[in-house]
Design a protein around this ligand. Structure first.
Ligand SMILES: [Zn+2]
Length: 576
């Protein structure tokens, strides 16, 4: 069957649809503000949820197009609309009349979910400044608008900055998998170029024998989006000022208050526990990497940031007889994609039917209508390969949230995996990339599973629980029974050998303490940027300070890092 593809969504369509949403939200806000006693479910809760639906739909759709639409005009328009939606959302959150009306509803007339909605909505409103005087409220809203603008700048600067290095010759491809070498041959000018996009960057850091080339690539990778040094400093300064106006000593306290962890002190306590639990194991792993490095560089005393993944793979090859390259021929993108759909069908009773729709933004995006146990559960879209001006990382976000009784959801995966349509050979994946695919797909499934929640505001998972379900799901991709279903050799069709999977599993845990401490260090850096001790500081200086105390690897000096640190533009990942 040939599917007739509608043209990608245009700026005009985006504008019309979202101007209508803004108008409806504006009119719902007027309605809420003019409601009079007695305040009820019907006069307050229902219109407030409707307003949330309108603004969430706007924000979600614009968020997807900003990150992934190939047309810059559409991206810019989506940024403008997103700012207007957030501004209107802030006016609702700061409305004292709505806050009081919610508080005046008789709790006995509400069920448990509705009471939770009232509580959480009032908390949100207090946290947006609903209880402040008019001048402070306006200032808080202005600072929010500034944070939106800075966040958009931050994401755009990373999105628009892909760097390349030129290799000094084909010998600098030594160590890389045959399929990678085949797809990275010299261009018309005789030069081999390697990009900072994940499908190029990740294997290169793992396999390339050339220390010079690895270091050169990692240097340009860390030097991306240098404008964000300023932007990140402005973000932390503005967040601090906003937190102060809202009555908090610093942004960290404001930002974790509505998480399970509750306070920066509890967060810091958790860091200490993790620190104690991982210290010795990480030291031992590092010593092994250093020993391996000394084979090439006798007398070396440190392992560099551009070397550790390479030596980690070499150690795994020797100790566990597991070379990650061995798995690649079994992990061709198309088969992996199908296997993930099949596995989710089996685990969660899902079906996937290819779909075309008016909201598509790029011809290569695949969409499916999904059922769970026979019930329509929404739609998913997979945008899986790098492009110019597309977000460079891996995430799941709704294009539309499923809201029970109101609308069916549409979840989107943004990934950057090897692209079968642009490579001259097969698009082979790293096992680690397949783990990421399954992880991100888990977020998608989790989103669909929440489709019956009747309130937009309650559909969001607790911030510090968000990663848990997807992390559990990663284990399946280490299961022999699961791998044998789809992992067949790209040339011979032979199934993945049991022995290889055994070695993959044995090698899995080596390096885990190092990774834990790397993440711990990032978390400490984020907290340090937001704990009020140095708002607006140069993030490179704060990063260096934490790295000197907790870092395991020799850093590359003088880059713009942490300018290209993804997710730092959002509240979710700041100070946590
Ligand atoms: Zn995740």
């Amino acid at each position: 069957m040939t599917l007739t593809m509608p043209a990608p969504i245009t700026a005009e369509q985006l504008e019309t649809r979202n101007r209508e949403r803004l108008a409806r939200a504006e009119s719902l806000l007027r309605q809420l503000e003019s409601a009079s006693a007695p305040f009820t479910k019907g006069s307050v809760i229902a219109p407030l949820n409707d307003l949330h639906v309108e603004l969430h739909n706007l924000g979600a759709e614009c968020g997807i197009y900003i990150a992934m639409h190939p047309d810059q005009t559409v991206q810019q328009l989506a940024e403008t609309l997103q700012r207007e939606g957030i501004e209107l959302g802030q006016r609702q959150l700061q409305s004292r009349r709505v806050y009081d009306a919610l508080g005046a509803i008789d709790p006995a007339s509400l069920d448990a979910v509705e009471r939770r909605f009232v509580d959480i909505s009032r908390t949100d409103m207090r946290r947006a400044g609903a209880l402040l005087g008019p001048a402070e409220r306006d200032r808080a809203r202005a600072l929010r608008a500034e944070l939106t603008r800075l966040g958009q700048d931050h994401a755009r600067n990373i999105r628009d900055d892909t760097r390349y290095i030129a290799l000094e010759g084909t010998h600098e491809l030594d160590g890389l998998p045959a399929d990678y070498i085949a797809t990275h041959q010299p261009g018309a000018d005789g030069t081999i170029r390697i990009s900072t996009n994940p499908p190029d960057h990740q294997p290169f850091m793992t396999y390339a024998h050339s220390d010079r080339a690895r270091k050169a690539l990692q240097t340009v990778y860390l030097d991306r989006a240098p404008e964000n040094v300023e932007v990140l400093a402005a973000l932390t300064r503005t967040r601090h000022e906003l937190a102060r106006i809202l009555g908090y000593p610093n942004w960290a306290r404001y930002n974790v208050e509505d998480r399970m962890v509750l306070t920066p002190e509890a967060l810091d306590g958790f860091f200490t526990e993790l620190d104690d639990a991982s210290r010795d194991a990480a030291k031992a792993e590092l010593a092994v990497l250093l020993e391996e490095k000394r084979i090439d560089h006798p007398g070396a005393t440190t392992v560099g940031d551009w070397e550790w993944q390479y030596y980690l793979n070499r150690v795994k090859t020797k100790r566990f007889h597991f070379d990650a390259q061995e798995v690649r021929p079994y992990l061709e993108y198309g088969r992996v994609r199908q296997a993930i759909l099949d596995l989710n069908s089996e685990l969660f009773g899902m079906t996937f039917t290819p779909a075309v729709h008016e909201e598509r933004w790029q011809p290569t995006v695949e969409s499916f209508d999904v059922t769970i146990d026979g019930d329509p559960a929404g739609r998913i879209s997979l945008d899986m390969h790098p492009r110019e001006r597309k977000n460079k990382w891996f995430f799941n976000a709704p294009l539309r949230l499923g809201v029970g009784g109101k609308q069916i959801g549409h979840g989107v995966l943004c990934c950057n995996f090897p692209d079968p349509t642009t490579l001259s050979g097969p698009a082979l994946m790293e096992h680690a990339q397949v783990v990421t695919y399954f992880h991100e797909f888990g977020h998608l499934v989790h989103g669909l599973a929440r489709r019956k929640v009747p309130f937009v505001r309650l559909s969001r998972t607790e911030g510090d629980f968000m990663e848990a379900p997807s992390t559990f799901l990663e284990d399946w991709i280490y299961d022999y029974g699961v791998l044998t279903r789809f992992a067949t050799h790209v040339d011979t069709g032979a199934p993945i050998p049991a022995d290889l999977v055994k070695r993959l599993r044995a090698a899995r845990n080596f390096g885990r303490a190092i990774r834990t401490r790397q993440l711990l260090m990032r978390s400490r850096q984020s907290l340090a940027l937001h704990d009020g001790t140095r708002p607006g500081a140069d993030p490179r200086v704060v990063e260096r300070e934490i790295n000197e105390r907790y870092g395991l690897f020799e850093p590359i000096p003088g880059t713009a890092w942490p300018a290209s640190w993804e997710h730092m533009d959002t509240d979710h990942y700041s100070a946590a």
